[in-house]
Design a protein around this ligand. Sequence first.
Ligand code: SF4
Length: 313
Amino acid sequence: MKTEAKYQYLFGPVPSRRLGLSLGVDLNPLKACTENCVFCQVGRTTELTIERKEWVPTAAVLAEFDRWAAAGHRADYVTLSGSGEPTMHTGFGEVLRHVKASGKFRTALLSNGSLMWLPEVRRDAVLADVVKVTLSAWDEESFRKIHRPAPGATFERLLEGERALREEFRGQLWVEVMLLPGYNDAPEQVQAIAELAKSLKADAVHLNTTTRPALAGVEVPRMPEAWLRTVAEWFSPKAEIPVFSGKAAAPETMTDAALIELLARHPIALEALAASSGAEIAALEKRLAPLVAAGNLAIEEHHGVRMVRVTFA
Ligand code: SF4
């Protein structure tokens, strides 16, 4: 079955665990990133580089956003995220300025933090209301093992950049720590990360683990919630384990293209998709069945959770 997406650079709005209803803006082609994380849920990085350029045309992104906003849609946040690291795009500051100028939406930048050592990246990052950076390693070796970065992306630069951002940024700085069994979950490892996280003076720390199937070719098990709750106490401020909030559009009423767009960037638990939109599981399954039959979507069990994701040819 052929489906045609209505928007090329926008996706959602999706119910974000942290931002309520969040309209995603994707500034990267599939899949350009500064890292190739073992836990990546987008897929394997095919363009692994720290090169900054206009990866997709800024003017086209802005035009799409204007069209979306003019249609009277609603979102709590417009969020730069998606298929790779958004700060790789040299126009990401222009996009933030443009959205802000509309006066209707708060803005968020979800970054892996790898380019924050560049002053020009921080100058634009501070335009967002919320900046989330990642800190899941405690030294160069653990950074390389977990994030498999591009040449030039180092742990030293990441930490230096994230600290400099905190000094220059007056908005909400969130730090995400992705905990992965066998990679960074031993007590002394988590404590080392917690020490470094403290030095970032973040407004919030979010502990996370894999909740969706990793698509980067590495099977990473999910961290038991009890361990997340235990180590959350070691962070300052105490780490949060986020829960879904906000209401999604009812999937039964979404077009095939919109569903595929949503799931391409956000594989999601069937139950979470139903709960976030108030849909019955059975009705949702019925809605998705033709797309599964046509090979556009797959529903697969992952650590006891039924996940819906787009199947890439
Ligand atoms: S998890 Fe984020 S930073 Fe890591 S490879 Fe995927 S898109 Fe890039």
